[in-house]
Design a binder for this molecule. Sequence first.
Ligand code: NAP
Length: 250
Amino acid sequence: MFHHQPLSGQTALITGASRGIGAAIAAELAAAGATVVVNYAHSETAAAALVTSIAAAGGKAWSLKANVANEEEVEAMVKQILERENRIDILINNAGITKDGLLMRMKTADWQSVIDLNLTGVFLCSRAVSRAMLKARSGRIINITSVVALMGNPGQANYSAAKAGVIGLTRSTAAEFASRGVTVNAVAPGFIATDMTKELESEAILRSIPLGRMGSTKEVAGVVRFLAADPAASYITGQVLQVDGGMVMR
Ligand code: NAP
């Protein structure tokens, strides 16, 4: 049988990979041959179970705890990966949280914690891997943003601002790293069935999606795999790829 392993020999760090979209991305990149580092902040058991299931499927993975909103923890995480694997080829900035509430009543702490993880965390991880990627003159950074960055959403001023910030960060980083062969792109999911959205599924939401259903984590992971692949996506940089069932057409 012919097993095509386009990412074999590469190391991929996926932040927030213990559950949801991140876990699906980790499984997908491992199936494509990458050695996958499963980052998590709290869900140690889930991260360990994912590592075990990837290994059982013939893939390579290990888990690493770090709060990606914390500069010291991010630096230590990347140092540990470079010591163990000698390389980081792919960074998927996926870790994210919501703290929803109407702006008028939004607590400053709920604004700040969402900005700290969803935006500053992307900056911290991108900066931490940049030296290794620029030196290697190759690399892929894929940032998970959201369609709400493009359309706004009542109750998500903090989240949509952070995710819109990620798009600006993606484009500027892409412009800075392009001459060294490192591409930087964003994926903007619509409504994907995960813990984050489990209370959201409703008739109104489904009506706003032309394809008429929530997306699956696999449908996001497949696009990330494409953006990580060579030569499939090696000429794509600074782009935002929507995976939203047609919610936002522009
Ligand atoms: P999820 O199921 O709630 O999972 C979130 C992941 O982030 C978990 O693995 C969690 O790990 C991790 N995480 C949380 N705080 C962290 C921290 N401080 N440091 C490191 N990791 C941390 O969320 P999801 O739905 O898969 O979302 C994944 C990404 O896609 C997020 O960036 C989200 O904004 C984006 N997105 C999701 C949707 C959707 O419809 N679901 C749509 C658009 C965009 P622990 O449990 O260990 O904390």
